[in-house]
Design a binder for this molecule. Structure first.
Ligand code: FPP
Ligand code: K
Ligand code: ZN
Length: 516
């Protein structure tokens, strides 16, 4: 039982000190943030017991008042019950985010219009579709020139999540992306630009999504294979471009391309890593990924750096391309430490995830961090290949409700599109990844295991995942309970982050291909 009383707090007028210019001092700004949010919640002087009668106040059954109306748990509508009173730039900006998010969460929870009976706003589907159609049609910024394939990938993925048919874009996607392909293999971010593994990843996924199976002929698979061979490093990892930096994006993007196109795993003859005795793209790779786990338990871009959610996703997804999750993740990562770090990414009352310790929630981490959870949950589930093991699935290990509230209350921009957080502008990147995260609250996916005798390609396990059926027995999906039926999104493959059918289509196209 946690009880929180703020009786030791000095009166407001003492807290809100101003400097000579009449501006609030940073200490005052800091105090005000907590007061304003607490007062807005009407909680300041109340006893905030989170379990008065022993029932779990966050469970859906404990939600209804005497009139049978659902109640919003205080976790999402009140200031954090425990806070560090040391004022720093970090605590000031954190208070500021709470100050932006909390009134929205409270307003939604009390509003009677535009929200459902759980106090959750509806998805502005048509506005988001319109926003994305414009984003793909008229990229607005010169800064987008080196990320053309990304803008296409984000828009097509988000449109797919919203239920749109993206095959309409087939011809134009090919026309835009063809000039990005280089004779030396791979794709640059724009015409005449150096090949990069991240833009090549976005190209391959975009062609697969928009093509209906037709676009893949334009890929020079042999050149791609040779070029990836140049990126493979003698410590097991991959550079992101020739002469460029090596980090876990290089590893994840390369392995997505290799596995989805079923490229030979053997290193091409020109690969510099051959001089080190390596013969395969897989040599030293899981060991390299393992070295990127930090003392916090999270994963960094390169060994000995700061853990970040975006890199954690790259590493977990890459390990899940290399083998079954329950084998790979616990073999190469300290799973309890990773769980502790990953759990700390979700913030209350905001409900969203941050990317790293002491930083702010951001809608895009709904995917980068949120997308780690299905992979971890699969790693913790019993191996489906062991017939003696009861198929146990762990339930959700994060608050799907918190994430749902954050995305729908704080990340939907007024004119359509999704954003990082309130008071930021929407863009295709945030629209893609907030929706991907929201979708993963609604659809549980898991590792289904390979059928025996089927294994042929060594990376088969990457394709042995499935989206669990809604009628399956197992715990009810709390996120689906909370939103209106019309507000559900389609489901994405947890490793490739494109629709399931698109992954299957690639698999059919390439798995039986011998040679190039
Ligand atoms: C910090 O930015 C962000 C990073 C260190 C990594 C960002 C990388 C990705 C989002 C994607 C990588 C994956 C692929 C597949 C290319 P920040 O300091 O602005 O944000 P923060 O305060 O939230 O950490
Ligand atoms: K950020
Ligand atoms: Zn972001």
């Amino acid at each position: 039982k946690v009880s929180h009383k703020s009786k030791n707090r000095p009166p407001l007028h003492q807290l809100h000190r101003r400097d000579r210019n009449g501006n609030l001092t940073s200490k005052a700004r800091h105090n005000m943030a907590s007061d304003v949010t607490a007062e807005a919640a009407g909680q300041d002087e109340q006893d905030r017991s989170i379990s008065r009668d022993g029932t779990d106040p966050l469970s859906l059954e404990a939600r209804f008042d005497e009139q049978g109306r659902p109640q919003v748990p205080e976790l999402y509508t009140s200031s954090p019950p425990i806070r560090d009173h040391l004022t720093t730039d970090t605590s000031i900006s954190q208070d500021d985010v709470v100050k932006q998010c909390l009134p929205r969460l409270i307003k939604c929870s009390r509003s009677l219009v535009g929200v459902n009976s759980y106090g959750i706003p509806s998805l502005k589907r048509e506005d988001h579709i319109k926003f994305l159609q414009e984003a793909i049609e008229y990229p607005r910024y010169i800064a987008f020139d080196p990320v053309r394939p990304w803008v296409i990938y984000w828009s097509l993925t988000a449109l797919s999540l919203l239920g749109e048919n993206v095959e309409l874009y087939q011809q134009r996607v090919v026309e835009t992306l063809s000039p990005c392909q280089n004779f030396g293999g791979g794709f640059g971010g724009g015409n005449g630009q150096l090949s990069h593994v991240a833009t090549s990843y976005a190209v391959v996924l975009s062609l697969a999504m928009a093509g209906g199976g037709k676009n893949m002929d334009m890929l020079n698979r042999r050149a791609l294979w040779r070029w990836l061979g140049e990126l493979k490093q003698t410590d097991g990892g991959f550079r992101v471009c020739v002469g460029g930096e090596e980090d876990v994006r290089g590893a994840y993007c390369s392995m997505v391309i290799i596995s989805l196109l079923a490229l030979p795993l053997e290193l091409p003859p020109n690969a510099p890593a051959r001089a080190h005795g390596f013969t395969s793209f897989l040599d030293g790779l899981p060991e390299y990924l393992s070295r990127c786990q930090t003392y916090e338990g999270g994963v960094s871009a390169v060994p000995q750096s700061e853990a970040h959610g975006a890199y954690a996703f790259c590493v977990l997804a890459c390990l899940c391309i290399l083998g079954p999750p329950n084998e790979m993740i616990s073999k190469y990562l300290d799973l309890p430490l990773l769980l502790s770090w990953l759990s700390s990414r979700q913030s209350a009352p905001e409900g969203g995830f941050n990317g790293r310790t002491n930083k702010l929630v951001d809608g895009c981490y709904s995917h980068w961090v949120g997308g780690c959870w299905p992979l971890i949950q699969a790693a913790l589930s019993e191996s489906p290949e062991n017939p003696n093991a009861a198929k146990s699935t762990v339930g959700s290990l994060y608050s799907k409700e918190g994430l749902t509230r954050f995305v729908l209350s704080c990340c939907q921009a007024d004119g359509g599109g999704m954003r990082d957080k309130p008071n930021t502008f929407p863009d295709a990147y945030h629209t893609c990844y907030t929706l991907a995260g929201l979708s993963s609250t609604q659809h549980d996916s898991g590792y289904s295991g390979m059928r025996h005798g089927e294994a042929g390609y060594p990376l088969d396990s990457a394709f042995a995942w499935e989206s669990s059926k809604e009628d399956s027995d197992g715990p009810k999906n709390e996120a689906l309970e909370l939103i209106d039926a019309g507000d559900t999104l389609t489901s994405l493959h947890p490793i490739y982050v494109i629709p399931w059918g698109v992954v299957e289509r690639c698999r059919e196209l390439f798995s039986k291909k011998t040679g190039f």
